[in-house]
Design a protein around this ligand. Structure first.
Ligand code: C2G
Length: 134
């Protein structure tokens, strides 16, 4: 039987070209509870949001994030509009997002606690891709 007293934390992201900023937010998210679930954005969601496909496919990103010690479960996030459904489906007690999303998910405060963490400065997938290009 599942332990109902577990605090379940849910976070979302693309996690493309995995870097320290990604690891930090996942470790901090995990520290807020007992069980961390990560919604990994699909390739198509990333294309619609950022106008390009990720470097690593959704299956590769799912495997990388899912293999981390601080992560207990992963799934593919197909659409931003389904956030509430995902929160209910995965029985989230806490939603964690980086502060680039501050305020955007406050509406879910009726079903879980919403926490925004400060982004790790000076590291981003976009900057890494640019650096590799040069
Ligand atoms: N992040 C961070 N520090 C960085 C870079 C990223 O803390 N230097 C955090 C972001 O704030 C986000 C998470 O790492 O919470 C994943 O970052 P991205 O892969 O860039 O996520 P994004 O494409 O914004 O996807 O449903 C929401 C989206 O799926 C979020």
């Amino acid at each position: 039987m599942e332990n109902q007293a577990l605090t379940r934390v849910l976070t979302f992201g693309t996690f493309d070209v995995f870097h320290l900023g990604h690891l930090r937010i996942l470790e901090r998210a995990a520290a807020l509870g007992d069980y961390l679930v990560v919604g990994v954005s699909s390739d198509e969601l990333n294309r619609s949001k950022k106008g390009r496909f990720p470097i690593f496919s959704q299956d590769e990103r799912l495997q990388l994030v899912g293999a981390l010690r601080c992560v207990d479960q992963v799934f593919i996030e197909e659409s931003l509009e389904q956030k509430r459904d995902y929160l209910v489906e995965y029985r989230a007690d806490v939603l964690v997002m980086g502060d680039d999303w501050r305020g955007r998910f406050d509406e879910f405060g009726d079903i879980c606690k919403v926490v925004y963490f400060q982004r790790t400065p000076a590291v981003s997938t976009t900057a890494l891709i640019e650096k590799i290009r040069l």
